[in-house]
Design a protein around this ligand. Structure first.
Ligand code: NI
Length: 174
């Protein structure tokens, strides 16, 4: 297992639409292992493969926030089947937009169909933080970021800030 470098805003890879996983190969398993290691190291509660530069429909989540009682969950080719009319607001963040947090409103409950690592098709009815996290990560697979759900004013401001940071890093200023 290894920690892979995170893709950071405004990297255009974050706007790619990821491809479905076919057969679950050793490479896919290695990707999942590395995604968990990268996610726990960050630390974060969810990660999409594109955030480590792999445009495949793979999501890792652990909303337990408990180092002793980890509850890793893998979602391969996840698809939202149903969303509730009721909405919830959570303060979201993203490992690709470090140290930026903003409130986002999303459906409170979702039904998601996915494949697990053994290739079996499953469905989950999620609510609470898991519902929000699944929607956030599935957005990533479609090239959508949580800042797309906030006001244009706030989004423009954060994109400008990260664009400047990337420029400064490239110049070796920061
Ligand atoms: Ni994210």
């Amino acid at each position: 297992m290894s920690i892979r470098p995170l893709v950071i805003l405004p990297d255009s890879q974050l706007r790619l639409v990821s491809s479905p996983v076919g057969e679950i190969t050793a490479d896919v398993r290695r990707l999942v292992d590395d995604m968990f290691e990268t996610m726990y190291d960050a630390p974060g509660i969810g990660l999409a493969a594109i955030q480590v530069g792999v445009p495949l429909r793979v999501v890792t989540i652990d909303v337990s926030r408990d180092e002793d009682g980890r509850a890793p969950q893998v979602f391969i080719n996840p698809e939202i089947l149903k969303v509730s009319d009721e909405v919830s607001t959570y303060e979201e963040g993203c490992l690709s937009i470090p140290e930026y947090f903003e409130e986002v409103e999303r459906p409170s409950r979702v039904t998601v169909r996915y494949r697990d690592l053994s290739g079996e098709t499953k469905e989950v009815d999620a609510d609470g933080i898991l519902a929000t996290c699944l929607q956030h990560e599935i957005d990533h697979l479609n090239g959508i970021l949580f800042i797309d759900h906030i006001s244009k004013l706030k989004r423009d401001r954060v994109v400008r800030k990260f664009t400047k940071q990337a420029r400064d890093r490239a110049k070796g200023v920061a």
